[in-house]
Design a binder for this molecule. Sequence first.
Ligand code: NAP
Length: 343
Amino acid sequence: MTLRIAINGYGRIGRCLLRALHESPLRREISVVAINEPADLESMAYLTRFDSTHGRFSGAVAIRGERLCIDEEEIEVFHERRPEGVDWRRLDLDLLVEASGRYAHRHELEAFLAAGCPRLLLSQPGHSAADVDRTVVQGMNQDSLVGRERLVSAASCTTNAIVPVLAILDREFGIEHALMTTLHSVMNDQPLIDGYHHDDLRRTRSAMQSMIPVATGLARGVARLLPALEDRVAAKAIRVPVSNVSAIDLVTTLSRRASAIEINARLRGEAEAGYPGLLACTDEPHASIDFNHSLQSAIVDTGLTQMSGERLANLFIWFDNEWGFANRMLELAAFWGRRLPGR
Ligand SMILES: NC(=O)c1ccc[n+]([C@@H]2O[C@H](COP(=O)([O-])OP(=O)(O)OC[C@H]3O[C@@H](n4cnc5c(N)ncnc54)[C@H](OP(=O)(O)O)[C@@H]3O)[C@@H](O)[C@H]2O)c1
């Protein structure tokens, strides 16, 4: 039985979800039946066909009445900004993928449930851990889903990238403390040139002209998945003027002595054995654009692993913040779907 999903917010992640599904074997398992997005249908169809980052869409895109047609599949489209603006009940959904990024508190998310959505999968962390029923990072804790949850968060792209690496390092070497600096590509919450765009003053500055430090909840996100590391990890984030692909520079003190060769060997072994399709290692001399459209949650650049002394380690981890994360959300939707009662 196909999993019937709808997408709320058809921006970067919303469109990547639809495009990634089109390229994935999961298209036999998941069907997008509705999209809610404030923009007009013509613009939505246009930005489905053409994407400056991920290229032309390989399927046929058309508009029929108030529907977006992808090949022969018709998707109902709504343009509401309020959860109760859409009659979700009528759509007979299995789940709504919330990708507008506008709802992180339980009472806001429950407005979708009250309006007829059976369950929500969020493209961001809940404001607090208690704002959702479960926060899931693929490869780490998806087995904790029992099928009765109604609000599940797929965490963030950065959490998906760093948690498997930290889990391996902690198990193999012990992590005493860790500092993470995310170098994140620009996002739609930044202006192209300086403008009154955001109440965070740094985010009023031109996205394409500066490296811009921004607040990040990554340390909290890590602690939700790896509670043993709570109060031992800290993070900062810098938006950098590239349109896609991000990286994390990780500095960590290890409990035992290690070498870069040993760390890389453990990560390579684990990537293949424990996290197939999610974690990879590369020893080629890459630049960020090489990872555009890559599927993994994280790719460790083993050539950049280094030690200062015998216990202070520094690692560099690439990830496609859009494509990798969109694929994780689809996999999580499918996984959750298989656990729903009656399936
Ligand atoms: N981009 C990434 O790399 C990335 C990766 C992982 C997770 N995420 C998370 O995913 C979420 C979306 O990010 P994004 O980059 O896709 O943002 P985006 O490109 O700005 O897309 C969000 C879309 O949702 C629409 N929207 C706003 N309010 C809405 C509402 N009330 N109901 C329905 N749609 C609404 C927006 O329209 P308007 O612009 O007209 O308001 C916009 O088209 C955020 O929480 C973000 O943190 C993003």
